[in-house]
Write a protein that binds this ligand. Sequence first.
Ligand code: CDT
Length: 301
Amino acid sequence: MRVINVAAAQMGPIQKADSREAVVKRMIALMDQAKARGADLIVYPELALTTFFPRWYMTDQSEVDRWFEREMPNAATMPLFERAALHQIAMNFGYAELTPDGHHFNTSILTDKSARIVGKYRKVHLPGHAEFDAERAFQHLEKRYFEPGDLGFNVWRELDGILGMAICNDRRWPETYRVMGLQGVEMVMIGYNTPSVNAEKSEEGPAKRLFHNRLSVQAGAYQNSTWVVCVAKAGVEDGHPLIGGTLIVNPDGEIVVEAKTEEDELLVHSCDLDATAFGKSTIFNFAQHRRIEHYGLITSR
Ligand code: CDT
């Protein structure tokens, strides 16, 4: 058996005024719990170091850039990397990345057990809009602050398995999982920040949003016979509620653990990567059953 004992580290709200240092302390506390429960890997949310700043309309680029990290690790996150190396825990977390040549991405990284960065993913499916929209109950300006990711959906051979990453809105798109599925992915790590209410349809509240979260992740797991670890930043950030619902889904598409709160909360599950083999070699044996001659439209429009 190839087992990854994975910790899904849901985080409660991060307020605009909270410092990176204060957030990193919370992340370390979750990591200490993960270590005590024997975790090999800890998965944190999208934009784990800050509030979900794309809800705020900003016109001054220097104000925008304050939410971005110019290097990783940096002074604020170094204690997290040091603790990960001490505990020998691999980690995945999201942050806003500003590259040396001035590009802005919604990024997540994977480290190995010595806290060396071994993988990077930049969010491909950016939801929302680029200009202030007075019709919405609140703003979702990811298209203003980020460029679409330029790295594609890769997989990494780590922890004796094949691991992949995606970020938040990516989880709603079947292509996300399938591109990694075609590379044999055995565990997909996804962080998210999902508002509890639809800004364009107020009757769509938290129950529907949690349903869509489960539906998307369970389908992606089942249809590609992979584990999925999907981790929320939850709770009320400066008056703006985000759903919780962190969950781990097995390769049959079944939820094996799910968060109960909207606070910092750790879920730990032993994921047998060999359990992905049955689905991959039978109903979702892609080489045997896919009919790519009928799929051209997917990439042509
Ligand atoms: N962070 C993120 O991608 N959130 C989106 C909200 C969609 S509504 C604009 C999500 O898919 O959960």
